[in-house]
Design a protein around this ligand. Structure first.
Ligand SMILES: Nc1ncnc2c1ncn2[C@@H]1O[C@H](COP(=O)(O)OP(=O)(O)OP(=O)(O)O)[C@@H](O)[C@H]1O
Ligand SMILES: O=C(O)c1ccc[n+]([C@@H]2O[C@H](COP(=O)([O-])O)[C@@H](O)[C@H]2O)c1
Length: 199
């Protein structure tokens, strides 16, 4: 494996939580622990993004965000990584294409908060992403209903796994997605930034 890339064995199920993490907070740590419990995952990688292609303003420097993410999330089954910067990708579809080629036999699951499912139809090649990668969606304050009513939820309605069967998601064949109504933590990076508690 190339230097700086996390290790993974064929057959492992790895959840990918992509994010700006600008900064990382307890909401991220909480959904990570819930996703490990609920979706039949072996590990989770936090993909600290070079920058969300839909956000006009760039985030804080990568090293600063990586250091904060590592301080917030310390768990034996979670890895914090800057692989998207190493791969030169910022669109999720391109990241997933490259990771699938680099890690043959590894099952990747894309994780997101409910706010991202509500916006998912604006992502580049979103139908390809949902057709090739199982999606695990976690409740977020204020976004449960918009997510379940979203264009992506409608287009892939038949591929939905009920939350009582969420453990099947990790090894499900795409398209497959599951929304879990976990206890919620009301934290966001934008609230932290607006309080001036970050770089
Ligand atoms: N409190 C939370 N509950 C559920 N999901 C969350 C929460 N905070 C972040 N997420 C999810 O984590 C992923 C990364 O989020 P991100 O780094 O953008 O943080 P954020 O708090 O949403 O940032 P911002 O407020 O700047 O939009 C996204 O899929 C997002 O939906
Ligand atoms: O690929 C896209 O078009 C796309 C559009 C918006 C967001 N994303 C990804 O979604 C993840 C969450 O982004 P953010 O900024 O809400 O933390 C992060 O990995 C982004 O790269 C991806």
């Amino acid at each position: 494996m190339r230097q700086g890339f996390p290790k993974a064995r064929a057959g492992e199920v790895i959840g990918l939580l992509g994010g700006s993490f600008d900064p990382a907070h307890q909401g991220h740590a909480h959904i990570t622990r819930e996703a490990l419990k609920r979706f039949g995952l072996d590990r989770i990688w936090w993909l600290v993004s070079p920058g969300n292609p839909l956000k006009p303003q760039g985030p804080a420097p990568l090293d600063t965000r990586m250091a904060r993410a590592k301080a917030i999330m310390q768990h034996p089954r979670v890895i914090i990584t800057d692989v998207e910067t190493r791969l030169g990708t910022r669109y999720t579809a391109a990241t997933l294409d490259q990771l699938s080629a680099l890690y043959p036999g590894v099952h990747f699951v894309w994780l997101m908060g409910a706010d991202n499912l509500a916006q998912f139809h604006k992502w580049q090649r979103w139908r390809d992403i949902a057709s090739t990668t199982p999606l695990g969606v976690l409740a977020r304050p204020g976004d449960r209903i918009p997510a379940r009513m979203s264009p992506a939820a409608a287009v892939f309605g038949r591929a939905r796994i009920p939350s009582r069967a969420s453990q099947l998601l990790g090894r499900a064949a795409a398209p497959a997605w599951c929304f879990v109504n976990v206890p919620m933590v009301e934290q966001s990076s934008s609230a932290i930034r607006s309080r001036g508690g970050w770089v």
